[in-house]
Design a protein around this ligand. Sequence first.
Ligand SMILES: [Zn+2]
Ligand SMILES: [Zn+2]
Length: 344
Amino acid sequence: MKAAVLKGPCLLELEDLPDPLTPKGGALLEILACAVCGTDVKMRGQGHRDLAYPRVLGHEMVGRIVEMDADSILAEGDNVQLWPGIACGKCRPCQRRADNRCRRIKIMGFNCDGGFAELLALPKESISCGVNLLPGNVDPALAALAEPLACCINGQEQARVCQGDRVLILGGGPIGALHALLAELHGAEKIIVAERLPSRIRLLEKHTRAVVVDPSEEPGKTALAAEMGREGVDVILTATPEVRVDGDLLRLLTPGGRVCIFSGPAPGNYQEMIDQRSIHYHELAITGAYGSSSRHNRSAVELLTSGMIKADWLITRRTNLAGIEEAFSHSSQRTGMKSVVCKN
Ligand SMILES: [Zn+2]
Ligand SMILES: [Zn+2]
């Protein structure tokens, strides 16, 4: 099979690899769509805590089952969305429905091979919880957005986004956009997205209910301050690595406010000293989110396939596997939103 293999920093090569065998108790999948994530771009350029080389990247995957070696309601020919985690199912977090915190977790596209390939071997552990059946008429590229949406569901669960909240999203790329759509679904009273790139601002204004402001210069700064009002916001979600969660940021929260550190903080942004009194007196909460559980993926698939979340506009580039460089550069140039590598 053809696969895009990352051999080291900035060394992504299209290669012929032996076809994987169907694992015992698992399944063999033909990949129909795999979306490029900001983390893929980061891993390609500089590696990642959970990445081991050489690696087939790609964790936002939709495939078709070509061979099945398990008793399952799923059958050959079914289209499925994949939760990229492979969890043990036995440890305490797994037992408590938080399999993304599994002590022995492996993640496809990080520490085992992922979806920028023609085929994928799906282990036994994935069959029971990590595979979500798709209706036959669903666009695989759209369904591939279920994984990043699932991560946003996790983030908003951590930050307890609910009806009537005022939500500030820092960063208006694909993740900021999904957060905006989801906050709207959760009944947020006001959604403000801070984003600098004009092309992304236009897309967000067209397709979401969010007020979008450019915080980098006047008059965006004033507009942001006006939108925040004197009371501040209930929730802040970071959707770019360039955010310092410091005293200045916490002052934007209303008492009882929550901030979710969603994007992995850039070097230099993760060792802030925070005045604990502000947390105490204003009953603030700082939380984090990393990835998503299988449960979040199921919810995300439902939201996308039912049309409760309309996200097709986020796909601004489609390529095939041979065009993976183009898919990565579209993502890293950040003029559009999401690129998806699709089967020919
Ligand atoms: Zn991702
Ligand atoms: Zn576990």
